[in-house]
Design a protein around this ligand. Sequence first.
Ligand SMILES: O=C(O)CCC(=O)C(=O)O
Ligand SMILES: [Fe+2]
Length: 297
Amino acid sequence: MAAHLPRLSVAKATQEPLADARNPDLCPPHTYTTHLISLSPLVIYIPSFLSTSEISHLQSTPLSAFERSSVADSSGAQSSNATTRTSSSTSLSANSSPHVRCITERARQFQSLSLDPAHIEPLQLVKYGAGQQYHEHTDWFTSPSQATWEEHGGNRLSSFFAYVEVSDDIIGGGTRFPFLDAPGAERHGEGLGTGVFRDPAMGLGPPGGPNATERAKREEEWCKWIDCNEPWENGLTFRPVEGSAVFWVNLLPTKGGKARVGDERTVHAGLPVLRGRKMGMNIWTREGRMSGKYRGE
Ligand SMILES: O=C(O)CCC(=O)C(=O)O
Ligand SMILES: [Fe+2]
């Protein structure tokens, strides 16, 4: 006799059914794709990470919810008047709405089906108007007081930065990783690990490979997501594309049971928005479980 299996609610992709805040099984199936950008550090580009209804929901977050963004310095002190980060932000705990619940659940499943949801911080929305930016920084904390195991669940192991709203007239506002190589860039990463499948022989090897024009055409494929007008010496700059997300791993793997350390190659910046506006969203995952206090419970 067939075993009794729990009934699963299967959502229909075409209808984008309403997500249910209490039941992650009721989240609509995801429709994102993934593109590997770098193996070390691991960086993955995810077009359509957010659905259109999630985008509208997040965009309708009231202006009054936003406050000037804060930054933590190396002593762990938080300040919200730093000239290095001039955006405004608000945080959204997973239980604040069905949409947020489902985005959080998607970020969890992307990383590991067995990841405990308590590793994920409340989502953070960040709004930039003209002239606003976030200077080069790492998402992992340099101060141990912001990364305690008991309360914070250690440091930030990974980040998603998703683009929630990008005005049609935007100029600037890309996300730049100065130590990463853009796919197809001339600068060969000395151990930086990017341009994963770039042809290292540059046309040597068996005959019949792509000629320079074909190669250039393929590399142009990236230009919808990566700013190909930026000089490659500046590293890798993602364009702000509504609905897309960039995922990366912030900490180096442990060796011999030692604590993980931050990966300096993950330094990045939210470039100044020169015209228009941008709203982004951070999803940070800690090494361990965060206490309820820090998860907005
Ligand atoms: O605005 C961006 O493009 C990046 C923002 C960012 O890195 C952050 O909020 O930690
Ligand atoms: Fe960041």
